[in-house]
Design a binder for this molecule. Structure first.
Ligand SMILES: [Zn+2]
Length: 91
């Protein structure tokens, strides 16, 4: 991960341990994935607990790199607002 945004120089590590809070975003995303897997399996009629757990953990294993970055991105966007003018000034 870069120390700062290459376009606008916004530091990504705002304070020490800033991304501990991303755990809350990650938890919310994991619950959303679980509900999505549950709904899809119910709709196709495969809603046994073993199938649900195996499918959920396989999905989380595959999506974990995406969810890790997405949760950090969500967390920093709670505190830093996107300003397109800042990006233009740098260029
Ligand atoms: Zn930027």
């Amino acid at each position: 991960m870069h120390d700062a945004c290459p376009n606008c120089a916004q530091p990504y590590e705002i304070e020490p341990n800033f991304y501990y809070g991303a755990m809350y975003a990650s938890y919310a995303l994991a619950v959303a994935v679980f509900v999505a897997v549950l709904v899809i399996l119910t709709l196709i009629g495969k809603n046994e607990i073993n199938v649900l757990l195996i499918t959920y953990f396989a999905t989380m294993f595959i999506l974990s790199p995406v969810l890790f970055r997405l949760s950090r991105s969500l967390w920093i966007h709670f505190f830093v607002k996107y300003d397109p003018e800042t990006e233009k000034k740098k260029v």
